[in-house]
Design a protein around this ligand. Sequence first.
Ligand SMILES: NC(=O)c1ccc[n+]([C@@H]2O[C@H](COP(=O)([O-])OP(=O)(O)OC[C@H]3O[C@@H](n4cnc5c(N)ncnc54)[C@H](O)[C@@H]3O)[C@@H](O)[C@H]2O)c1
Length: 275
Amino acid sequence: MPLHEVFAPTKVAVITGAADGIGRAAAERYASLGMHLLLADIHGERLAALARELVPRAGQRVLTQVVDVARLAEVVALKELAYREFGRVDVLMNNAGTSQPNTAWGDLDAWRRIIEVNLWGVVHGIHAFTGAMVAQGTPALIINTGSKQGITNPPGNPAYNLSKAGVRSASETLQHELRNTPECRVSAHLLVPGYTYTGFTQRKSKPDGAWLPAEVIDYLLAALSRGSFYIICPDNEVSSAEDGRRMRWAAGDLSEDRPPLSRWHPDYQEAYKNS
Ligand SMILES: NC(=O)c1ccc[n+]([C@@H]2O[C@H](COP(=O)([O-])OP(=O)(O)OC[C@H]3O[C@@H](n4cnc5c(N)ncnc54)[C@H](O)[C@@H]3O)[C@@H](O)[C@H]2O)c1
């Protein structure tokens, strides 16, 4: 299937969290397609190193900007830079994310930072860019990076789960509003990576179960060609069928009057296994 029309020479992609992992893989792929890039990250050195490694074709431009997506003013400045330099944005990836240890009722600073980066970072991106992208009048994509943890809510990282549940909700309503905006040619999409070997995984070598970031981008581009909103990547451990079972079970906690997170509750192990 051909790529979505925005993935083409002279089109412009803005990526947050571009210096590493999935954002970096997106930058490399889009650069190979001849797109202009505006790459943003909080990590200036890694960002500069990436810009040096990407070899632009004649006429292709790669710009970088150090941005903390938790700060609205910095995200607005990123949007202004994009329109000043390129006059358009065809792909926006609100991808920057972070995590740190946290527990259900402790570590308030960790809760605040995770929510500020993962959820407010995406809200800031939507707020700063969407109006201008709609006004452009050309086909454009807003891709927000969520997580399976924002859907199935596993134990162990509650602040991260909450932040990614918020990303899912914000992305769903954004797409609904875009779809109902007359003449609008922008669509929103929720990218949900599976287990992916990146800075996030904090492992020295790739675990067998993990995908490489480039595989996530392959999956993303194929799903965007089909027009999918929910882009839920499998990995080498978890198939799409297993993801479906996990998501249906999580939704069933509400509709079947089970305890929350029943998938991890000893009383429900057998029922889940047989589901
Ligand atoms: N790796 C996985 O298994 C996995 C699974 C599901 C979802 N995700 C999500 O994918 C996205 C990308 O993560 P990754 O796995 O590539 O990790 P990564 O750590 O390799 O990349 C994240 C990038 O975001 C940047 N960043 C962090 N805080 C920032 C901030 N405040 N402002 C700007 N940039 C900031 C980091 O410097 C880094 O370059 C994240 O939203 C993450 O939650 C990852």
